[in-house]
Design a protein around this ligand. Structure first.
Ligand SMILES: C[S@@+](CC[C@H](N)C(=O)[O-])C[C@H]1O[C@@H](n2cnc3c(N)ncnc32)[C@H](O)[C@@H]1O
Length: 359
């Protein structure tokens, strides 16, 4: 049987509020970002207060492109590292709100709010931190469709009710907005005895969703066609943690989930194409939508209806030229992985041959 939610949350607060004093106290590398950081992020990090950086426990890079002037919400903002990075990127005309349930983490984030305002040269701070539970954003005073982008870094695995987190994210996003976040996933469902292990849970391992359960929950919450931006296998260097989790593989994955009600369950072919026109500062020659869509500057690329919408009905629209519409359906998008499930399939593809998957 699983622990009561209140107890689980109390233990997470103790873990991040009292037990851990810095990222060096972590027992695994689940909560450590090891990806090579873009120049813009490196430069931004240099302007962040050392105490905030010391208490960073994220597992990925959760900063999408094209943020200037936007309203961004950070779920489980901790000591505020990502909020202060985002603050620089949204600029003075934008706004960042961090929400966390642990007093000690919020205290660190709030302590340096004025210091960062000065450091960034802003006349007024564009960041706030609020105490609250990410499963109930309404309880924290956040209304419908208030944010353009939501980010979160290694937090959803710690929430007892992941379904609630996803549906709240869907509710508070504007249409065309995105939930861009990193989290830990497992290659199978984790049994209650491991979920109840305080250390494994606090270390962002045993609260992890089985990846396919996550995809289903995301779709049920209204986020059609979740896309992976990057992923890496986690290594566990601590002997006792390793022993307890033997047979389980963990991954840190960055997803982007768009709030676009017209997204379809599969990639459908309407004969559409897009051309990247450039203009995104950090991606002058190649625009990355996800781990299998890299659009080269000036090249016309056929896309499925979902990818077309992710570019045409979002803030990325101005950086692309669009060809076609949804008037004629040509079947499933080629190489999409969802194959015709009956005899005709053998004509298109010999049995047993592998198809490359586009989604
Ligand atoms: C692994 S730390 C990550 C913190 C921060 N995102 C970072 O990258 O440093 C997890 C954070 O999530 C917060 N948290 C966990 N569950 C939460 C919930 N249900 N509601 C609000 N905050 C939560 C914890 O208090 C903690 O600060």
């Amino acid at each position: 049987m699983l622990k009561e939610t209140d107890l689980l949350e109390q233990e997470v607060q103790d873990y991040y509020g009292r037990e851990l004093q810095s990222s060096a106290d972590l027992k695994t590398n689940a909560c450590c970002t090891v990806t090579g950081l873009p120049d813009q992020i490196r430069a931004g990090l240099k302007k962040i207060h050392p105490e905030v950086l010391t208490r960073y426990y994220g597992c990925g890079l959760t900063i999408p492109t094209c943020l200037e002037g936007l309203r961004v919400l950070d779920l489980g903002s901790g000591s505020g590292r990502d909020c202060y990075l985002l603050s620089q990127l949204v600029g003075e005309s934008g706004y960042v709100l961090g929400i966390d349930m642990t007093d000690e983490q919020l205290a660190v984030a709030n302590r340096h709010r004025e210091w960062h305002r000065e450091q960034f040269g802003f006349s007024a701070a564009n960041v706030d931190f609020v105490k609250g539970n990410i499963q109930d954003l309404r309880g924290a005073g956040i209304g419908d469709a208030e944010f353009d982008v939501i980010v979160s870094n290694c937090v959803v695995n710690l929430a007892a009710d992941k379904r609630a987190v996803l549906s709240e994210a869907q509710r508070v996003l504007k249409e065309g907005g995105e939930f861009y976040f990193s989290d830990v996933y497992c290659d199978r469902r984790i049994p209650p005895e491991l979920v109840n292990d305080r250390e494994l849970y606090g270390e962002c391992l045993s609260g992890a969703l089985y990846w396919n359960d996550f995809l289903n929950l995301a779709r049920q919450a209204g986020f059609g066609d979740p896309r992976i931006v990057e992923s890496r296998r986690l290594t566990i260097d601590n002997e006792s943690v390793q022993r307890k989790t033997e047979g389980y593989r963990f991954y840190s994955v960055t997803h982007r989930l768009f709030k676009l009600p017209a997204l379809e369950p599969a990639c459908e072919d309407y004969g559409q194409a897009v051309k990247y026109l450039g203009g995104v500062d950090e991606q002058p020659t190649r625009f990355q939508l996800d781990d299998h869509h890299l659009f080269e500057l000036g090249k016309i690329v056929p896309v499925c209806g979902n990818s077309w919408l992710m570019l045409a009905a979002t803030r990325y629209r101005e950086f692309f030229e669009f060809y076609g519409d949804f008037s004629t359906h040509f079947g499933i998008f080629p190489g999409c992985g969802t194959e015709i499930p009956y005899q005709d399939r053998t004509e298109a593809e010999p049995a047993g041959s592998s198809t490359s998957s586009c989604c």
